[in-house]
Design a binder for this molecule. Structure first.
Ligand SMILES: [Cu+2]
Length: 191
């Protein structure tokens, strides 16, 4: 009881702070001087964009979008309550787009199943959510309402350090069918 009230309290404070931050940002409306554009290799912009100290590196979307369907029943027979495909390989900067093909689904990364320094994502039910993958590593995710039913998936982002969080991700325990599903996915991935 105590815990959930404390959580609600801090969530409310966070919401207030977010509102305040939005408000002040809108009020300020910085005049934004026209940047002097030098075509091509421009590297000195980091100082200007230092806003909130995010732990996740800023990553430019590279234009590649990988779609994952959220399905109640896979018309091709892979099962009920599934992400399709539930295992993908991606590159840093790719946009992963979860598509609400069927209703009642969403996608959230699972705590302990994203690489250090990655924030992860949390989608709304019945809405598409996009995440630009910021770092090599594995990213495990769930559909919150159908987690125990085994509606989970894995993204492998290739590059230096892609195996850095594999063991940690495999050590996470899951409710119901999700554990078995992840075992199968990790096996399919050769991890
Ligand atoms: Cu679902």
């Amino acid at each position: 009881m105590k815990t959930s009230r404390a959580l609600i309290g801090s969530a409310a404070i966070a919401a207030l702070m977010a509102t305040a931050a939005c408000g002040s940002r809108a009020d300020e409306e910085p005049p934004a001087p026209a940047p002097t554009e030098e075509a091509g290799e421009d590297t000195a912009t980091e100082e200007d964009t230092a806003s909130a100290p995010a732990t996740e590196p800023e990553v430019e979307p590279n234009g590649t979008v990988i779609e994952i369907q959220m399905l109640t029943r896979d018309p091709d027979g892979s099962g009920l309550q599934v992400f399709k495909p539930d295992l993908i390989r991606a590159q840093v900067g790719d946009t992963i787009r979860f598509v609400p093909t069927d209703p009642t689904h969403q996608s959230s990364s699972i705590e302990g199943m994203v690489p250090d320094g990655a924030r992860g994502w949390e989608g709304e039910i019945n809405e598409a959510v996009e995440y630009v993958v910021p770092l090599p590593g594995v990213y495990g995710y769930q559909c919150v309402p159908h987690y125990a039913a085994g509606m989970v998936g894995l993204i492998i982002v290739e590059g230096d350090g892609q195996d850095s969080n594999v063991e940690a991700a495999k050590a996470v325990s899951h409710p119901g069918n999700a554990g078995r599903k992840f075992e199968a996915i990790f096996e399919e991935a050769g991890l």
